[in-house]
Ligand binder design. Structure first.
Ligand code: ADP
Ligand code: ZN
Length: 208
């Protein structure tokens, strides 16, 4: 099964994609995580990408498309995969359609207000990519799942969050109509609690 999680930053794409990928035993492919790894390793790609990421802007399409195309050639992608944070522009979606078929697109719906609250308190595990809200952590720097170090992403600072939301509305939201027209879109409410939202994802995919 080849799936896409679509939705604004902070809608829960990462949380649900990690969990579903685990259950289906297929990889979760987060272009954001891949880019952050390039930045950490100071590759040429990472150096080019980081100025866009720090500003909350999109990394250029050709960089992303090349990176994803390569990723899909890895053997673990043979039985399917879940995209999280890709595609983010119609150009990326068009490129993707030239090298793979998508079975369904889960459109996670959440209001801007909910997103701002979630992202500004978000902490991300540098080891397992798990995401947590500060209000629910006993220790704000230790991952409750794996003991890894939690970080506050630079682009989760409030000003950058507002820009990322604007970028979503301007450049990514058009993908809702794009995939709806192809008959692939499944709308799922992302504004509630994690369990409730995840149950919606499973129902939409007829997995529960
Ligand atoms: P979120 O969904 O919470 O915004 P991500 O981890 O998916 O976070 O992305 C972080 C940043 O990485 C984005 O703001 C953008 O700069 C870059 N990025 C990730 N995926 C893409 C993509 N498909 N196209 C362009 N830029 C991307
Ligand atoms: Zn962890």
């Amino acid at each position: 099964m080849n799936l896409i999680f679509l939705g604004p930053p902070g809608a829960g794409k990462g949380t649900h994609a990690v969990r579903l990928a685990h259950e289906l035993n297929i990889p979760q492919i987060s272009t954001g995580d891949m880019l952050r790894q390039h930045v950490r390793e100071k590759t040429a790609l990472g150096q080019e990408a980081s100025r866009f990421m720090d500003a909350g802007e999109l990394v250029p399409d050709d960089v992303i498309i090349g990176m994803v195309r390569q990723r899909l050639q890895q053997p673990d992608c043979a039985n399917g995969y879940i995209f999280d944070g890709f595609p983010r522009t119609v150009a990326q979606a068009e490129a993707l359609s030239s090298f793979t078929d998508i079975d369904a697109v889960i459109n996670l719906i959440a209001d801007d207000e909910v997103i701002i609250r979630r992202l500004s308190g978000r902490r991300v595990c540098s080891a397992c990519s798990g995401t947590f809200h500060i209000s629910r952590l006993e220790n704000p720097t230790v991952c409750p799942d794996c003991g890894g170090t939690l970080i506050h992403r630079a682009d989760d600072a409030e000003e950058t969050v507002l820009n990322r939301l604007e970028v979503y509305h301007r450049q990514t939201e058009a993908l809702i109509a794009y995939y709806r027209n192809k008959g692939l879109l499944l709308d799922v409410q992302g504004g509630g609690g994690v369990e409730e939202n995840y149950a919606g994802v499973k129902r939409a995919l007829k997995l529960a």
